[in-house]
Design a protein around this ligand. Structure first.
Ligand code: SF4
Length: 366
């Protein structure tokens, strides 16, 4: 089954930390972008005639789209693809652009999963990172989503903001879980090159909490969520059983997915390609990347992705690529120490060691 990603690269304002492919020029560029996007979808050759079982509309801020614009995208998708009856259809939304009218419109388009960019419920922090919403608006957005009948709701949160210590962060989780959220993505705030946040951190190295403080919040949050039955299934992703994001699992399990839009990435039958991240080249259909993965890359990706999430690493698959990981001394050591555990032909990283996943992954590489 195929996954489809659609990138909407527009935002109302850039957040302090944002290095994503997003721009504040929807008014000028929106229509032109949409017509190229529809053309790109139209031109795609679905050689294997694969059915689509996940659609993810990400950005940017897809909730900036008018319903009529979204409707045009969905019409094209239905025209081009056979979409399975149980297809997971997600859209990323920001609290300030999410209205009841839009939510009801999403329902009628078949959207069944919302990913809300809450980032924090601490007003000071929200102001600091230049978000356009406050705590009350974020809470209201989740309430409205529930009222409109959405069951499958993710909220994004950032760990490592100025004012959210462990207690505050756990309280934020409690508020969201009490509202009926079924999925939490908790990302560590990254100081990316070229962002305003990077300049601030250069001027004041103590601006943000230390790595140790962030790890502490992450560990406590993991335990806290577990008590609510919300389990970690990837380093940054936590869900009630059955609410794991199908689309993300597709990325991590090496299944085929096609990305449409500016800077969107795709992976089809061992070939990875990416669209350009500037409008001019994207409109001219110039790819930023096209590569056939080597056997070594396939092995590395499988180990890296498998150990970061609940899917684990398939030892037989690695053998089929001529890599016998069972003979690896580091693996034998990790198994002895219960850092890694084995079920049949698969190995998994013990959840207590997710914090050192990079170290473990490197040790198991060919
Ligand atoms: S809403 Fe998301 S994509 Fe847009 S500027 Fe903020 S972080 Fe970046």
């Amino acid at each position: 089954m195929l996954g489809v990603y659609i990138h909407i690269p527009f935002c109302e304002r850039k957040c302090l930390y944002c290095a994503f492919s997003s721009f504040v020029n929807k008014k000028d560029e929106g229509e032109s972008y949409l017509s190229h996007l529809l053309k790109e979808i139209n031109n795609f050759e679905n050689k294997n005639n694969e059915e689509v079982d996940s659609i993810y509309i990400g950005g940017g801020t897809p909730s900036l789209l008018e319903l009529e614009e979204l409707d045009r995208i969905f019409k094209k998708l239905h025209e081009k693809f056979k979409i399975s009856f149980d297809c997971e259809i997600s859209i990323e939304c920001n609290p300030n652009s999410l209205t009841k009218e839009k939510l009801l419109g999403y329902k009628s388009l078949g959207i069944n999963r919302l990913s809300i960019g809450v980032q924090s419920l601490n007003d000071e922090d929200l102001k600091f990172i230049a978000r356009l919403h406050n705590r009350a608006m974020a809470i209201d957005a989740v309430k409205k989503a529930k009222e409109c009948g959405f069951e499958n709701i993710n909220c994004d949160l950032l760990i490592g903001l100025k004012n959210a210590n462990t207690e505050d962060f756990l309280n934020q989780l409690k508020t969201l879980l009490d509202l009926g959220v079924t999925h939490i993505s908790a990302y560590m705030l990254q100081v990316e090159d070229g962002t305003p946040l990077q300049n601030l951190v250069k001027q004041n190295a103590d601006l943000l909490p230390s790595d140790d403080e962030c790890v502490e919040i992450y560990k406590k949050a993991t335990k806290y969520l577990q008590k609510y039955g919300i389990n970690k299934y990837e380093i940054s992703n936590f869900a009630l059983k059955g609410y794991e994001c199908k689309h993300n699992l597709k990325y991590w399990s090496g299944e085929n997915y096609i990305g449409f839009g500016l800077s969107a990435h795709s992976y089809i039958d061992g070939i990875r390609f990416a669209n350009s991240n500037n409008f001019k080249d994207y409109y001219a259909q110039k790819l930023a990347l096209k590569e056939k993965l080597t056997t070594k890359q396939l092995i590395e990706e499988h180990i890296m992705l498998g150990l970061r999430c609940c899917l684990g690493v398939d030892l037989d698959y690695l053998k089929s690529l001529n890599y016998n990981l069972e003979k690896n001394e580091n693996l034998i050591y990790f198994l002895e120490k219960n850092i890694i555990y084995r079920e049949n032909n698969r190995i998994f990283l013990n959840q207590d060691y997710y914090g050192i996943n990079n170290y473990v992954i490197i040790k198991l590489m060919p």
